[in-house]
Design a binder for this molecule. Structure first.
Ligand code: G3P
Length: 214
């Protein structure tokens, strides 16, 4: 399973990268806005740190505008993945970009049918937002499992990128359900290291070591 970091904070990206655990980065307009930078600058800076897929989202709502933005973003680095909304125009842009060999990430996926449409149009990734489904009383994890079954049934190569990941259990359940990638905030990634028995065990080993003969 690949891990992407879901952030535009360069310090967070450097930290997670130093642990050797990060395969890529995802951003969205909300993440970019938090940094106070323009998207092109931010994506360029991220590409200097991480040599892996970096998702950058288009703002235009029409296919032509999306393709224009995609062309500018794709110029930044070969690793840039164009994030497109799950709309009819998003699907027109997805089909064209995949035909041209540009990597795409279809975002705001909340149903298996939406994922099926994106896969049919050659999306590199689909991003089901599991936390936001949980927020409205549905079970986000069921969506990952449904998409996995559909993609397996038809041999779609589109990768399932579990997004809107809020806690460690989401990461584990996404892995069990067969997501190819999870995009994770740094806080959640840090949480994956922790177990009380690991800390207790380490404290005990160090205490015993202090008692042993020098
Ligand atoms: O990258 C998009 C996604 O992960 C959003 O997460 O927490 O805003 O629902 P969240």
């Amino acid at each position: 399973m690949q891990f992407f970091l879901d952030t535009g904070d360069l310090n967070e990206i450097k930290t997670a990268h130093s642990w050797g655990l990060i395969d890529g980065v995802t951003t969205n307009p909300s993440i970019v806005a938090k940094t106070g930078k323009d998207q092109m600058t931010l994506i360029r800076e991220i590409c200097e740190i991480i040599d892996g897929p970096i998702s950058a989202e288009v703002i235009a709502l029409d296919a032509e505008g999306m393709l224009k933005e995609a062309a500018e973003l794709a110029k930044i680095n070969k690793n840039v993945v164009i994030k497109l909304p799950m709309t009819k125009d998003g699907m027109i842009a997805c089909k064209k970009l995949s035909k041209d060999g540009v990597k795409t990430n279809v975002t705001l996926i909340f149903s298996a049918n939406q994922a099926l449409l994106a896969a049919k149009n050659g999306a590199t990734y689909v991003s089901p937002f599991i936390g936001r489904l949980d927020d409205v009383g549905q079970t986000g994890m069921d969506l990952i499992a449904e998409i996995r079954t559909i993609f397996n049934n038809y041999g779609f190569e589109t990768q399932i990128l579990a997004a809107s990941v809020r806690h460690s259990e989401h990461v584990k359940m996404s892995a069990l359900a067969g997501a190819d990638v999870a995009t994770i905030p740094l806080k959640v990634l840090e949480g994956l290291f922790a177990h009380p028995l690991t800390k207790m065990g380490l404290d005990q080993f160090l205490a015993d070591h202090a008692k042993s003969k020098k």
